[in-house]
Design a protein around this ligand. Structure first.
Ligand SMILES: *[C@@H]1O[C@H](CO)[C@@H](O)[C@H](O)[C@H]1NC(C)=O
Ligand SMILES: *[C@@H]1O[C@H](CO)[C@@H](O)[C@H](O)[C@H]1NC(C)=O
Ligand SMILES: *[C@@H]1O[C@H](CO)[C@@H](O)[C@H](O)[C@H]1NC(C)=O
Ligand SMILES: *[C@@H]1O[C@H](CO)[C@@H](O)[C@H](O)[C@H]1NC(C)=O
Length: 387
């Protein structure tokens, strides 16, 4: 049924929108406000509200004009093009203002928001006094390179977000207190030697959607990353598994590469690895040694959209297994059961030994229902099987 609206209602709504948007671009309250003294949480990705005139222009020479300055701030050092929340003196909001240049950052600032602008570089003059910065968000700008001298100033930096820029390599001289480094959606095809070697506190390294190939990763590339828990290399052009991934790793994301095989015992060195994503690769049975994923702490394994024709061996503790869109023709529950199904019958009340698998996807293969009975006999905690 077509949707209609009374003309008067239409004009009232339009007026409301104009007033609302007008007010909105004048004073914008801080979107996220970490409490002073407490550790800020990583920025949630909230899409900024649609505002006419702010769309990405087709031509780089045709950038929209910077927004007019807001009302005067109670802080005399507050850059006119930014917003300084009166009750939160350590934060500076300069995001989504069509800025070309980084303003001079006052020394009191710890949290700096510069995302969604047209910034191309980080001038040393802007950061001269900004030695207290802990959290910088530069997502969605046009930065190609960072001057090493700027990074050397920022010794307190803990979070550096530079997603959606034009970097071609991982910046050198990253501050050694860094805990999160997000560089996804750039054009990175190079990691300079020693780029990560001092980052002992780094917990998260996100390099997805770049141009990383096998040759970029040397045996010492990740050396020094003693506390790295999450490594995201999805959407690159890898054909091999990266060498010498830090042993503390909990989550490894490698979706959408061209990985064909996994070296024998590759995952054995990671006692805490619990989450692997390898969807959309080129893995076949031939490239997968028998016990590749039979590792004790794995909870979630994603292997969809590969070329597997058999279900790989899994451990008792695995809870989620994604094998959809492979080339599996038949499945034998007795063979894939991590327990010996015959012996296991005698201990039917022994819940500790029951395989933990709860969710299994097998759709997009050459399998036909019904689900084999021995599969259900083995995986008694299964809540959902998609076939
Ligand atoms: C940096 O701080 C010094 C001392 O507080 C001050 O004199 C100077 O003007 C500041 N420089 C900038 C670029 O803000
Ligand atoms: C695995 O986690 C445990 C417990 O958090 C920790 O003590 C151990 O050092 C970790 N192992 C590695 C190789 O990081
Ligand atoms: C998986 O590993 C365990 C312990 O390392 C081993 O006992 C078991 O036989 C392996 N499963 C398969 C199917 O090889
Ligand atoms: C499954 O494998 C077991 C052990 O290898 C075998 O005894 C059984 O006949 C197989 N089941 C089917 C339906 O092929």
């Amino acid at each position: 049924m077509p949707w209609t609206m009374k003309p008067s209602l239409f004009w009232a709504l339009l007026l409301f929108f104009i007033l609302f948007l007008g007010a909105h671009s004048q004073i914008r309250p801080p979107k996220r406000r970490p409490k002073p003294g407490s550790k800020p949480k990583p920025t949630p990705r909230v899409p900024s509200p649609y505002r006419p005139g702010l769309e990405e222009p087709a031509e780089p020479t045709d950038l929209p004009p910077p927004l007019p300055p807001g009302p005067p701030s109670i802080f005399p050092d507050c850059p006119r093009e930014c917003y300084c929340p009166p009750d939160f003196p350590s934060a500076l909001y300069c995001d989504s203002r069509n800025l070309r240049k980084v303003p001079v950052i006052p020394s009191r600032i710890h949290y700096l928001y510069l995302q969604n602008n047209f910034i191309t570089d980080l001038p040393i003059e802007s950061f001269k006094n900004a030695t207290g910065l802990r959290w910088v968000n530069l997502d969605n700008n046009r930065i190609r390179k960072i001057d090493q001298k700027v990074l050397e100033k920022l010794q307190s930096l803990v979070f550096l977000y530079m997603e959606k820029n034009q970097l071609q390599e991982v910046p050198m001289a990253l501050p050694r207190n860094l805990e999160q480094l997000r560089l996804s959606q750039n054009q990175i095809n190079k990691i300079p030697p020693g780029a990560f070697s001092k980052l002992e506190n780094l917990v998260l390294l996100d390099l997805h959607h770049n141009k990383l190939s096998d040759g970029v990763f040397k045996p010492d590339t990740f050396q020094g990353l003693k506390n790295l828990m999450q490594l995201n290399l999805a959407h690159n052009i890898l054909r091999k598994m990266p060498p010498k991934v830090p042993t503390a790793i909990h989550q490894l994301f490698l979706d959408s590469n061209n990985i064909e095989n996994i070296p024998n015992g590759y995952f054995k060195g990671f006692p805490n690895l619990s989450f692997i994503r390898l969807n959309y690769n080129q893995l076949s049975d031939k490239g997968l040694p028998k016990n590749s994923f039979n590792i004790s702490n794995l909870l979630v394994l994603h292997l969809s959209h590969n070329k597997l024709s058999n279900v790989p061996a899994i451990n008792n503790r695995l809870e989620h297994l994604y094998l959809n869109n492979n080339e599996i023709q038949k499945i034998n529950g007795t063979q894939i059961c991590p327990n010996n199904l015959v012996a296991f019958h005698d201990f039917s009340s022994d819940l500790e030994n029951v395989p933990h698998l709860r969710y299994l996807r097998l759709d997009g293969n050459q399998l036909k229902p019904p689900i084999p009975l021995d599969l259900m006999m083995c995986f008694r905690l299964l809540q959902s099987v998609i076939i």
